[in-house]
Design a protein around this ligand. Structure first.
Ligand SMILES: *[C@@H]1O[C@H](CO)[C@@H](O)[C@H](O)[C@H]1NC(C)=O
Ligand SMILES: *[C@@H]1O[C@H](CO)[C@@H](O)[C@H](O)[C@H]1NC(C)=O
Ligand SMILES: *[C@@H]1O[C@H](CO)[C@@H](O)[C@H](O)[C@H]1NC(C)=O
Ligand SMILES: *[C@@H]1O[C@H](CO)[C@@H](O)[C@H](O)[C@H]1NC(C)=O
Ligand SMILES: *[C@@H]1O[C@H](CO)[C@@H](O)[C@H](O)[C@H]1NC(C)=O
Ligand SMILES: *[C@@H]1O[C@H](CO)[C@@H](O)[C@H](O)[C@H]1NC(C)=O
Length: 392
């Protein structure tokens, strides 16, 4: 009998699970074990004791700072630490003869001092006392060397779902260049006019290795969830570390970028520039070196491309260009022309089709200008080319 009952119950359980809607609740703003007070997350060390500066390092290590409080949050914070007999370090410290400040930038109001505080010469760090006698509640000045329990705080995770519709711009992690929060889950989408592609290039990157990540999708997330281009957890701007390049190009007019951080340790984050382009927009380069690629490289180029790229360097220099990759549809169905000068009227120094084995290692201009013309027909596309140039 008991056995049957169990079977029936487990059967009901399965049916219920199958018909439950998927969980869509947003992630809570505070990491596990941190308490939400006001618009901040607080973590009380309880039986971990440190001198003030050690406590600040501890808080930094878990993604925050020694806490600041406002008049409004003080009573709630006192409740949080009321289990202790000890005064508890906060981020308050004396910065000069007359002024006290919180390390996390919260404005300190003198109304938070406990009665008679800060007494003369008692110390330069601010601890909080929770007492059944209301007058004794609040902040007291204490010598920074004492080992006390402490209170850390950090910002809420918060990043609204955002669409970017300008042709060019930049994306960053939340709060950049200040640290991002823990538990972030941000979706940013670049939406270009139809017929455009999007190129995104990272130029700064400091996130927690293997824990915090950027995911790049070709298309509109979530519907494009299957078109994952990369999950980046190590510095894409450093080619010796990262399996990915620092630059990504879509084959559609939408790119979605998701940033996730875990519940511990946060850094300054990342910055990337994007540019929407059509495969036929001309390209211009200056300076002393650079890389020219076919549209959409390292992904396949599109059909029906006619693209000019111009390089102009300082007077008196020449340009040497070396292929690191070349694969276009052969027999001059698709081809690349290189001109020795500022436009397509200049002499041809390269006329290439097919694979890398069929092109010379490098070409060199006689002057300070080089022009590339890339043509593709309406059939069959390959990866294209990548050409590194430098002045000589
Ligand atoms: C103490 O620091 C505050 C804030 O930086 C400043 O406004 C004030 O002038 C300083 N006072 C003295 C006496 O240095
Ligand atoms: C982003 O764009 C999509 C498609 O146009 C739209 O459905 C969505 O509401 C937009 N989201 C925001 C936050 O503007
Ligand atoms: C790239 O990473 C390697 C390995 O950590 C490091 O030695 C090198 O300095 C980094 N290069 C740059 C440009 O940061
Ligand atoms: C940069 O390149 C463009 C086209 O290649 C050229 O018109 C312009 O004069 C160049 N600028 C400099 C400073 O060389
Ligand atoms: C380079 O030379 C051209 C032609 O002589 C001249 O018009 C131009 O001003 C020079 N540019 C620079 C930056 O010196
Ligand atoms: C490039 O080479 C192909 C095949 O030899 C030829 O048909 C074409 O005219 C050449 N183009 C130029 C601009 O020299």
């Amino acid at each position: 009998m008991l056995l049957i009952l169990l079977l029936v119950l487990s059967f009901v359980g399965i049916v219920t699970a199958a018909t439950d809607p998927p969980t869509t609740a947003p992630a809570p703003p505070c990491p596990e074990k941190w308490k939400e007070i006001g618009s901040m997350c607080y973590w009380y060390s309880d039986n971990v004791f440190r001198p003030w500066s050690g406590a600040q390092s501890f808080c930094n290590d878990i993604g925050g700072n020694l806490a600041g409080t406002t008049d409004k949050t003080l009573a709630d914070v006192e409740k949080l630490i009321s289990s202790t007999l000890y005064t508890t370090w906060t981020g308050l410290n004396k910065i000069n003869a007359t002024n006290w400040q919180f390390v996390d930038g919260t404005l300190f109001l003198a109304s938070q001092w406990s009665k008679g505080e800060p007494g003369d010469g008692r110390g330069n760090c601010g601890a909080i006392r929770s007492s059944p006698v209301p007058d004794n509640n609040g902040y007291i000045a204490l010598g920074c060397q004492y080992s006390q329990p402490f209170l850390c705080s950090q910002k809420f995770a918060s990043c609204p779902d955002t669409n970017f519709t300008s042709i060019k711009g930049s994306l960053t992690s939340p709060n950049y260049p200040d640290n991002y929060a823990n538990n972030e889950y941000c979706i940013q989408r670049i939406i270009a006019p139809s017929g455009y592609f999007i190129a995104l290039t990272f130029d700064a990157w400091i996130v927690q290795k293997d824990k915090d990540a950027v995911l790049i999708y070709d298309g509109y997330y979530p519907s494009a969830a299957a078109n994952l281009m990369a999950t980046i957890t190590v510095d894409p701007t450093n080619s010796t570390l990262s399996p990915y390049p620092n630059s990504f190009q879509t084959k559609s007019n939408v790119m979605s970028v998701i940033f996730k951080s875990d519940s511990l340790i946060n850094y300054k984050g990342w910055h990337a520039n994007y540019q929407s382009f059509t495969p036929t927009d001309p390209g211009y380069q200056n300076g002393t070196s650079g890389t020219l690629t076919s549209p959409n490289y390292p992904n396949n180029y599109p059909n029906d491309v006619e693209q000019y790229q111009y390089v102009t360097t300082a007077n008196g220099t020449q340009i040497q260009a070396t292929f690191s990759s070349f694969a276009v549809e052969g027999l001059y169905n698709d081809y690349l022309l290189i001109f020795d000068g500022p436009d397509q009227k200049s002499p041809v120094i390269g006329n290439f089709s097919g694979l890398l084995a069929g092109v010379p290692d490098s070409v060199k201009t006689s002057g300070n200008a080089m022009t590339l013309y890339f043509f593709t027909n309406s059939l069959i596309n390959f990866k294209g080319f990548s050409l590194d140039w430098t002045i000589v």
